[in-house]
Structures are given as structure tokens and as C-alpha cells.
Design a protein around this ligand. Structure first.
Ligand SMILES: [Zn+2]
Ligand SMILES: [Zn+2]
Length: 425
């Protein structure tokens, strides 16, 4: 009994102390808190488009929910990793969206098409791709965007730009001609079944040695290239300028004078920042000589990247092309900070940069794994049935048409859409 009384007494004291503490907290400087915490955060898209509180006050980017300002550029990392893709990072790919509605893809490395899909952008506005060089980690998903993009709603042709080469068989035109030849069965079997206009590919090859040479100049968007030093002759880096904003993307390159001269004062400067030799040895199993050659001679190591950024002074430096993890990022950052102290982002997939003349905002996109393509902006046409390639009599002789089932699908669709289609079998 005594013991219970004692416990009750102690509990009473504890309650009193807690209440006192709560009272102290309750009278804490609320005004100071109100000044620190944002008080207006939009909770829905309608509020944003109605001119309510700016949705960009959110900490994250939800694809498909934010209109770009007329003077705004949005850059999204769709691939920031290595030639061997992993769930966290696809290979090189960067999307640039402009306030005038235009969109440009720079490199389309393996695995990046999945990232592009997650951004919920109509595929017929994703029809321009610029390839810096022909390593698989920079154009390995071109086929996925080209053909998969048609299924997802691109009904206009895919337009691709890439460099020439000292040997014809190393050139963009040669590679993409063979790519299209490789997919002849695919193209033949889709052409007469769907609106196949998007299956056309336009290849624009330009001079790999152009120095700040214009390769695209349409609607106020100017894209230039400078030679990149990587592998052998062929690679280039890109500079896009629009509306007073300057975006630079190295693709892959060793530090070079052309980049340093022509990307001065870029608003956003994305340059490779490869895994340093020590990490290549320890984590990738490279031999020391491989690590040195690949990490510092074929590519740009973090401190070399830092030197380039110190010399060019962009508004924001972005390093990519490494596995960005809790145990690699600190070491890479340490090596960069020995040489460069300016604004910096270490890229990972789905990093989003909103660039205006006043501000550069960096967030991560929150993506929905079950995202579907949003559908084409333009209207679809019926397939060109003259291009259909029916199966042989032999295959047809083995078909089980189940007319009592399939006819019901046709009847339902014909009723709903006022059509008069008949099954092929
Ligand atoms: Zn490369
Ligand atoms: Zn690369």
C-alpha cells in the first residue's frame, strides 16, 4: 500500500513536471516560429493554376503538376550513373524543358527511357534527342524511346542529332542506319497495326569538330557544340541557349579548353565527374592502371571537374556519371571541395532544377511507379492497313479465333465509337 502511494506520488510529480514543461513550450515564441515556417503552401493543382500560392513552394516535384513560367527552364536528370545501370541510377540522360513548351533530350543512355516515362510528359513532345557520343551509356535507350515512344503516343517522327566521325562506321548516321535496319521485323509488324507515323527517324549529323558551332537554331533556341575529348574523335559537348539562359552538358569529356572557353557563366553547367581512381579500385574492382586511365585520362575525376568549374564559374555546377551513394558522395565532395567552393549539386536520377534569371531551385521528383503515358497531344490517325503483314497460311491454319468471344469485343467497341471493324481471323 505504502509502495503504491509512493508510486502515485512520483507519478503525480512527473505529471506536474510534464504539464509545466508543456506550459513553457506553449508560451514559447510563436511569432518567431511563424516567421520561419511558410504559411502558404498550395495543396492542389487547381489552386496553382488559379493563381493561388505557388506550388513550387513544395519541397518536391510531382511530375505533371507544375506549369513552367514563360521565362523558366526546367532540367531533369533522367540518368546520372554508369554504363552498368542499377535501379537507383540509369545511364546518362538529361531532359531540358523550356517555358516556350519545347523539350530536348541530351543523351539517352541505357535505362533512361523508364525515367522519362515517369515524368508524365506527352511523348509527341519528346521528339528531339541530341547524342554526345556513341557509347551505349549515352544512346543505349534510343530504340526504347523511338519504338516504345510510338506505343506511348508519339505520332511525329523522332529527330536525332549526333556527330560525324573520322571513320564512317563510327558515325551517328551509320549507327542509326544500322539500328533502323536491325528493327526491320519490329517496324514491319507494327506499321499496319497502329498509327505508325512516329516510327520514322530523322537523323541529323553534324561536324564533330565544330567549335561553338550552331547545330540547331529554331524558335529562339540555339544549340551549339564544342569538341569533347573522350575515347577517340567523335564526341561533343552541348550548349543550349534560350531567352538569356544557358545550359551546358558535357556528355563525356576530359577537361578541355573549348568547354572552358564557351561555357563561361552558364546558368547550369552539367559536367561528368567520374568515380575517382581510389573508388574505381576499391568498389568496381578496377586494376590500378585501369582506374587511373579510365578515371583521370578517359574521364574527368572529381578534382578535375572542380578545376573546370572553378575556371568557368557557372551559377550552378552539376556533377554526374558516378554512383551517388552515402559512402561515395562524401569522398567525391571532399575531392571537389579541395579545388572548387561554388554552388554545386551532385546529381542523381530524378533531380529537378528550375532555372530562372533570379533563382535556381533544386528538388527531387516524386515519381509514381505505376505511371501511364499521358497520351498524344495530336490526334491519332487509323493505321495504314496497306503496310500490314499478315501471317502465312500455315500460321493462320493454326489460329483459334473464338468468334463467340472476340466478336463481343468488336461489337462493344463499334457500338461505343460508331465504327464498323471486323476481326482479322
Ligand atoms: Zn563515353
Ligand atoms: Zn559515359
Amino acid at each position: 500500500m505504502k509502495r503504491n502511494l509512493m508510486l502515485a506520488f512520483i507519478a503525480g510529480i512527473a505529471t506536474t513536471v510534464a504539464l509545466l514543461a508543456a506550459a513553457v513550450l506553449a508560451t514559447a515564441p510563436q511569432e518567431a516560429e511563424a516567421a520561419v515556417w511558410p504559411t502558404e503552401i498550395a495543396t492542389d493543382v487547381e489552386a496553382f493554376f488559379a493563381g493561388g500560392p505557388n506550388m513550387s513552394d513544395r519541397d518536391v516535384y510531382y511530375p505533371g503538376t507544375e506549369k513552367l513560367g514563360p521565362d523558366e527552364m526546367r532540367v531533369i536528370a533522367c540518368g546520372t550513373g554508369m554504363p552498368n545501370q542499377r535501379p537507383k541510377q540509369a545511364a546518362a540522360c538529361w531532359l531540358v524543358e523550356l517555358g516556350n513548351g519545347e523539350k530536348f533530350l541530351f543523351d539517352i543512355g541505357t535505362g533512361s527511357s523508364e525515367r522519362i516515362s515517369a515524368l508524365r510528359i506527352p511523348y509527341d513532345s519528346l521528339d528531339k534527342v541530341f547524342i554526345g557520343h556513341l557509347h551505349s551509356d549515352h544512346f543505349g535507350d534510343l530504340d526504347a524511346l523511338w519504338i516504345g515512344g510510338v506505343v506511348a503516343g508519339r505520332i511525329n517522327k523522332l529527330r536525332v542529332w549526333g556527330p560525324d566521325a573520322p571513320r564512317e562506321e563510327w558515325s551517328t548516321a551509320y549507327a542509326l542506319d544500322l539500328l533502323q535496319k536491325m528493327y526491320q521485323w519490329d517496324l514491319a509488324t507494327r506499321s499496319g497495326v497502329i498509327d505508325g507515323r512516329g516510327l520514322e527517324m530523322e537523323v541529323n549529323q553534324f561536324d564533330r569538330l565544330g567549335i561553338n558551332a550552331i547545330i540547331y537554331d529554331v524558335n529562339g533556341v540555339v544549340i551549339r557544340t564544342v569538341p569533347a575529348i573522350h575515347g577517340t574523335d567523335g564526341p561533343v559537348s552541348f550548349i543550349l541557349e534560350w531567352n538569356g539562359l544557358k545550359f551546358a552538358f558535357s556528355s563525356d569529356t576530359y577537361p578541355n579548353k573549348w568547354w572552358i572557353e564557351h561555357t563561361q557563366d552558364a546558368d547550369i553547367s552539367i559536367h561528368e565527374c567520374f568515380l575517382p581512381p581510389n573508388i574505381l579500385v576499391e568498389r568496381f574492382g578496377f586494376a590500378p592502371i585501369e582506374a587511373l586511365q579510365v578515371g583521370t585520362q578517359g574521364h574527368t575525376a572529381p578534382a578535375q571537374f572542380a578545376k573546370v568549374m572553378a575556371l568557368t564559374e557557372p551559377r550552378l555546377a552539376v556533377g554526374y556519371h558516378f554512383f551517388n551513394d552515402f559512402d561515395t558522395a562524401p569522398e567525391i565532395l571532399r575531392q571537389i571541395r579541395m579545388v572548387y567552393e561554388g554552388p554545386l549539386a551532385l546529381a542523381e536520377d530524378y533531380m529537378v532544377f528550375n532555372v530562372t534569371k533570379d533563382d535556381i531551385r533544386v528538388r527531387m521528383a516524386v515519381v509514381e511507379e505505376a505511371a501511364w503515358p499521358p497520351g498524344a497531344i495530336q490526334e491519332k490517325q487509323p493505321p495504314d492497313f496497306t503496310k500490314s503483314v499478315p501471317p502465312s497460311d500455315f500460321l493462320r491454319s493454326g489460329a483459334e479465333p473464338f468468334p463467340e468471344i472476340v466478336q463481343k469485343y468488336y461489337d462493344a467497341i463499334n457500338r461505343m465509337y460508331g465504327t464498323d471493324y471486323k476481326p482479322g481471323y
